[in-house]
Every structure is written in C-alpha cells, then in structure tokens.
Design a protein around this ligand. Structure first.
Ligand code: 3PG
Ligand code: MG
Length: 400
C-alpha cells in the first residue's frame, strides 16, 4: 500500500484555530437495561489523536456511529453518554451536538474555541451515511465536510464500511490517518507480510459464515489454525460428529468439510466441550468428549483438554492472531475456555494481536492485563477484512 499521510504531517502544517473533523469509532457496547457503557476501550483508543489535536489548538469536531439505527434519530443509540465519558477521559468538557448536521451541530461547531472538542450526534441518524446511492451519500458528506478544514480518520473499526463519513468525506477535505488507524495498519500489515513463525491463528465466535473468507485467506499462510467458539460445532458436524442442540449452520457443513480436507492438518478442533441444558448462566452443565455430546444439550464452551492442546500449540508460536471468544465468556460457567486461551496467548513468547470488539472486550471483562498482548485491535470486521486482503474503503480513501 502507498504511504498514508499521517496526523504528524497535519500537525506539522499547524492546526491552531483550524477546524479538524475526526471520524472516530465510538461504537461501544452498552448495557441493554441501563444504557451504561460496558467497555470504553474504543473511546480510550482515540485519545492520543484527540489529545494531540487539542494540544495543538485545533477546533476538534468528532463524529461517529453507534449501533445500527435505521437512518433516523433513535434515542437508544444517542452518543450523549459517550460524550460524557469522552469528556471525563480527556479531562475537558465535550460540546455535544444533539443532531449530526443540523442547527445544533452548526452552532456547536461555530462556537468552538481553539483546543475545544465537539461531538456530533450519531452519524447513522442520517440515511445518507450508509446509503448505497452515491449522490445521497455525497450530499451528506458535503454537509459533514463543511464542519472541517481538514479530516482525520481514526475510526479503524469502520474502515471496511463504504460510508459517507469514512469514504466520501476524505474526497472532499485534506485527509490524514490518525494515530490509531496508523498503528492498526502497521500491526496488521506485519501479519499479512512476513510473520515470524510459527504463526498460529485462533478463531472463535458464533458464526462460521462470518469467518469463511478469512479462513480461506489464512490457510495458505498460517502454520496452525485453532477453532473454538460456537462456530466449532459446524466443523465437528463436518467430521461426522453429533452436536446436540449446539449452534449449527447446516448449510455450511459441506464447506467446512471441504476446508478440513484441504487444510493439510493445520486446523485443530476441540476434543472436549462444556455442554449445558440451556443457554443460561445457571444451566446445569458438564464437560464431555466431542464424540459424546448428548442430543438434548448444547455446547457453550471448549473443555479443559482442548485448552491444554490449544495452549501447547500457542506456546510454540512466534506470531499469534486471535479473533472471537471460545465460549459464552459473559457467563462465568462458560468463561474458562476463553480465559485459558487468552492466558496461553499472554504466556507465549510471541507477537500477539487480538482482533475484534468481542475478543478485546473479553480480555478486559476477564480482568486480563491488556499490556501483555502485543496489540489489541479495535476493529472486528475491519481486522478480518484486512487479513483477507480486501481493499478497505476507508484506507483506500486516505491513500488517494
Ligand atoms: C463494529 O463494531 O464492528 C464497528 O463499529 C462497525 O460497526 P458496523 O458493523 O455496525 O458497521
Ligand atoms: Mg461489526
């Protein structure tokens, strides 16, 4: 890829008194009942960029999406709470606009003093943000671009989306990559370049269909591919095993069988799993061999022998990429697999990358030391698509 212009290039030009529009990914998980932020990792991840701009005296206009509202205002997806948390972390008030490109946004931006920060309301309250129609996206991008004299993309988690704020705004303003985007791209390009070997990838999460493309892309490159999480049951089924009432993507069984046949023995599957009576934190559960899953029970975690086997493979690795939890880690009874794998990764003498909102949240929710990983990516889909070798619209737009 061609060299990106960076935040340092922009700072070198001087930004004092200039309006800098920053696309961030402040799409943080919220508690369904209370609406409170359950993991603020993505907010903390953009602080280096925002802090540098504040320090340099820019008028900083931040925009982001949150969740998937349908192109119109929807209070449960308001960025209001995020504005409060961002202000706490920055140690300065964040001026929150209650719309994205309307009267509130216009006056909030106009009133900013040098070194102050504004946050616009959720980009996805506007149909133009995610529209497939270029003219519609472009019209919204024009309105956003009017708030900046320069544009910084620090929304790594959204660079795989061809959305107005990610793809069309940089075509309208001088643009650079923020600190987070730069670091993510540097780290992930090591994995697609010439990773130190053995290179071991751990994939989990619920859906095989989400991961097929990355498995295809990784198979020739990796030395070992360890598969756990809900998606492992479709692979186990492909090996002719019965999986009870576990998650199963029936139409993917043949594809999984084909992958196993072509994998040259690189794919490792669980040998034991924790099965439960129901998908519930207090469900009765036991550990069984994968060839003994009862027909009325469902697997919610990998078992201890699997953790031992996966850990042995990880202990040999020099490069590790991990995406997706090994089980339902949010429920303590089914968290041991994810915890065991995460600990094995931190113990390995390897450069380790954790990709994905869920795995990153798992690391923090389980109280693991974030600094014992080489890099924790803020992008789930984005990091997978990067590893697939796809062109990411947000990165391509910065290169132009
Ligand atoms: C994410 O959480 O994966 C990013 O914020 C992108 O969100 P999206 O999948 O709704 O586009
Ligand atoms: Mg996503």
């Amino acid at each position: 890829m061609s060299a990106l212009r960076t935040l340092d290039d922009l700072l070198a030009e001087g930004v004092s008194g200039r309006r800098v529009l920053v696309r961030a990914d402040l799409n943080v998980p919220l508690d369904k009942q209370t609406g409170a932020i359950t993991d603020d990792g993505r907010i903390r991840a953009v602080l280096p960029t925002l802090g540098a701009l504040v320090e340099a005296g820019a008028k900083v206009v931040v925009c982001s999406h949150l969740g998937r509202p349908k192109g119109a205002p929807d209070p449960q997806f308001s960025l209001g709470t995020v504005a409060g948390r961002l202000g706490e972390l920055l140690g300065a008030p964040v001026h929150f606009a209650t719309d994205t490109v309307g009267d509130s946004a216009r006056s909030t931006v106009a009133d900013l003093a040098d070194g102050q920060v504004a946050l616009l309301e959720n980009l996805r309250f506007n149909a133009g943000e995610t529209s497939k129609n270029e003219a519609e996206r472009g019209a919204f991008a024009d309105q956003l671009a009017a708030f900046g004299d320069a544009y910084v993309d620090d929304a790594f988690g959204a660079v795989h989306r061809k959305h107005a704020s990610v793809f069309d705004v940089p075509a309208r303003l001088p643009h650079v990559a923020g600190r987070l985007v730069l670091r993510e791209v540097e780290v992930l390009s090591k994995l697609t370049g010439d990773p130190e070997r053995p290179y071991v990838v751990v994939l989990g999460g619920s859906k095989v269909s989400d991961k097929l493309a990355v498995i295809e892309a990784l198979l020739p490159t990796v030395d070992r591919l360890l598969i756990g999480g809900g998606m492992c049951f479709t692979f186990l089924k492909a090996q002719g095993l019965e999986v009870g009432t576990s998650l199963l993507e029936k139409d993917m069984v043949d594809t999984c069988r084909n992958l196993l046949e072509r994998s040259g023995g690189k794919i490792m599957l669980p040998v034991d799993v924790v099965v439960a009576d129901a998908f519930a934190p207090d469900a009765a559960h036991d550990t069984v061999r994968v060839d003994g899953i009862p027909s009325h029970r469902l697997g919610l975690d990998v078992g201890p022998e699997t953790v031992a086997g996966f850990s042995a493979a990880l202990s040999q690795a020099k490069t590790i990429f991990w995406n997706g939890p090994m089980g339902v880690f949010e429920m303590p009874a089914f968290a041991a697999g994810t915890r065991g794998i995460a600990e094995a990764i931190t113990k390995a003498d390897a450069f380790s990358v954790v990709g994905g909102g869920d795995s990153a949240a798992a690391v923090r929710a389980l109280g693991l030391d974030e600094s014992s990983f080489g890099h924790i990516s803020t992008g789930g889909g984005a990091s997978l698509e990067y590893l697939e070798g796809k062109t990411l619209p947000g990165i391509a737009a910065l290169e132009n």
